[in-house]
Design a protein around this ligand. Structure first.
Ligand code: NAD
Length: 344
């Protein structure tokens, strides 16, 4: 069976998920929904992705701009086996486009995946492949958690399973916006998120409720990656090497060393480009090996998150789980890793 996938919202996440779907042999892209006839239409057409206008009244604008339009979003959804909703997590008038679209998908009886900008309550089921793949098998509505939550789950869940976590405190240093966005800031300031805990800690618990975690966050003027300073109280005393060995064997986590020149997020992004990754994406969560330290039961570490891409493999695994394409999470993860050329 080859699952027919529709992408709703062809932006930062949507275009990456579309490419990743097209690299699989058990799923294919049948079309992408766009709101405006912007430059992304050019590459979508070159890749053979059919373009669908978000609504009837927008069809003419695409034609006027010289782009082929296959129809409207609703027509695409009717044809799809599953919709990956990558629309913005917030809209100006309040609420989200995902909330609005969920009603449309429900009316059509179509399963859908939402992204981390949506609240957990939209689906009641939040996804991370390693943490809870099995729970999402055959599910109708699933939310793939945000880039930061994905990053935290990748490193915390294996430590929680193998050693046990009493509590976690994390300070997130967040990128201001994505590299393609010339409108948002801050441009020259550090902006604290005043609400404590920030939403990231509770969001980890939407996938693994028994990880006791709280978080604070600041936004800084960079577009390349988030950075997490993580402090964990473990349930028992272990050696630093024990934690490093866990991550050596953890999928989608890589260990990097500052002595090799990985001094900041800048070199991590250069590394991804040197690997020849499409768009310079780094799907794995890099942890600074020489920054890992266990003192008694206290574990300290620093990791980075490539916000534009770490959730992409998770979306592929979520499709497989929801569409019953694979019941063994490790087999799905392995297949996704292989097709996306993920290091491990
Ligand atoms: P984006 O703004 O880059 O892309 C959203 C796309 O949806 C745009 O192309 C926009 O034109 C389109 N869109 C807007 N209204 C629409 C509508 N009514 N119908 C169809 N399409 C519409 O946003 P993004 O960064 O790709 O984020 C998408 C989702 O992924 C959000 O929930 C976000 O929180 C989440 N997410 C983003 C990142 C990130 O760092 N960019 C990381 C992980 C998760």
């Amino acid at each position: 069976m080859v699952v027919k996938v529709a992408i709703n919202g062809y932006g930062t996440i949507g275009k990456r998920v579309a490419d990743a779907v097209s690299w699989q042999d058990d799923m294919k892209i049948i079309g992408v929904v766009k709101t405006r006839p912007t430059y992304e239409c050019i590459t979508a057409m070159q890749k053979g992705f059919k373009i669908y206008a978000a609504s009837d009244d927008k069809v003419q604008a695409f034609k006027d701009a010289g782009f082929d339009v296959a129809g409207t979003a609703k027509e695409l959804f009717e044809e799809a086996d599953i919709i990956v909703d990558c629309t913005p997590g917030k809209k100006k008038e309040g609420g989200t486009t995902g909330e609005d679209y969920k009603k449309v998908y429900e009316e059509l009886g179509k399963p859908a995946i939402f992204q981390g900008g949506e609240k957990h309550k939209l689906t009641g089921l939040s996804f991370n492949a390693f943490a809870n793949y099995e729970k999402c098998i055959g599910a109708k509505y699933v939310r793939v958690v945000s880039c930061n939550t994905t990053g935290l789950l990748r490193t915390l869940v294996p430590v929680h399973r193998e050693i046990g976590i009493e509590n976690v405190k994390v300070v997130l240093v967040r990128r201001a916006t994505d590299p393609n966005d010339s409108k948002k800031g801050p441009l020259n300031a550090i902006q604290p998120e005043i609400k404590v805990p920030s939403h990231h800690g509770p969001d980890v618990q939407s996938v693994v409720p028994d990880i006791n975690i709280s978080s604070m966050a600041v936004v800084v003027p960079t577009t390349i990656m988030h950075l997490h300073n993580v402090m964990v109280t473990l349930k028992k005393e272990v050696k630093t090497e024990d934690v490093i060995n866990i991550w050596k064997n953890t999928t989608r986590v890589i260990l990097v060393n500052s002595k090799h020149g990985f001094e900041s997020t800048a070199q991590l992004m250069e590394y991804a480009k040197d690997l020849g990754r499409p768009r310079g994406d780094l799907y794995e969560i890099p942890v600074w090996k020489d920054g890992v330290s266990v003192v008694g039961r206290e574990l300290y570490y620093t990791q980075a998150v490539h916000q534009e891409s770490d959730v992409v493999p998770e979306n592929i695994d979520a499709i497989r789980a929801m569409m019953n394409l694979e019941s063994d999470k490790l087999k799905s993860i392995e297949k996704t890793n292989r097709t996306l050329k993920i290091i491990k």
